[in-house]
Ligand binder design. Sequence first.
Ligand SMILES: CC(C)(COP(=O)(O)OP(=O)(O)OC[C@H]1O[C@@H](n2cnc3c(N)ncnc32)[C@H](O)[C@@H]1OP(=O)(O)O)[C@@H](O)C(=O)NCCC(=O)NCCS
Length: 186
Amino acid sequence: MSVRLQGETVLLRPFREPEAATLWDRESTDRGDFEVPWPDDEVSRERVLARVAASGSWRDQHVLDLGIETNGELIGDVQARHCNLTTPPGLFELGIGLFAGTRGRGYGTEALTLITRHLFEDEGAHRVQLGTDTENTAMRRAAEKAGFRLEGIMRGFWPSPDGAPRDYALYARTRADHEGRGREGD
Ligand SMILES: CC(C)(COP(=O)(O)OP(=O)(O)OC[C@H]1O[C@@H](n2cnc3c(N)ncnc32)[C@H](O)[C@@H]1OP(=O)(O)O)[C@@H](O)C(=O)NCCC(=O)NCCS
């Protein structure tokens, strides 16, 4: 069954087929300085189409893609990932992007809160983590407001199109945090 998560202002739900074009639109999905844009080629297009088609359920048992909607409009996407080959069971990672023009209104914080709660309560997560550019203040604050704690800096983590790889801040929320048992220094 497809995942649908309703919050106060946002709904996380599967994409609709025509929304592939919106997701492909570089202007609206521009992630600014913080991500290397995917190449404008057929392989990338196929990947977007595959994400849209499989959204709402765990694709290849590794990836859950959901659209973020508010007031009936798609405003971005959130992705949960886990890989049993390279990480322990119950460890999930998040990614998120809101379209330009919809940022800074609390939607990102609410979307992170909803997907994280789903992973703990319905998917058996013991830890949910995310990384972001150390200079991505919006993402860092949204993560903190959604209950994630800073664990450290991953040096030279993300390739940069115009120079040395960027440092990323690693944030995580554990099951103990989620259940109110997290202690300082855990
Ligand atoms: C990162 C992102 C998901 C955050 O979601 P959002 O809806 O814009 O953020 P929120 O409105 O929930 O704000 C969360 C906090 O960040 C702050 N914030 C938001 N935009 C900001 C900005 N451009 N600069 C500094 N702080 C900002 C808010 O003020 C708020 O903090 P506060 O309550 O202490 O004031 C969204 O901005 C986005 O999609 N950005 C582009 C893509 C991206 O960077 N994705 C993450 C890649 S790892």
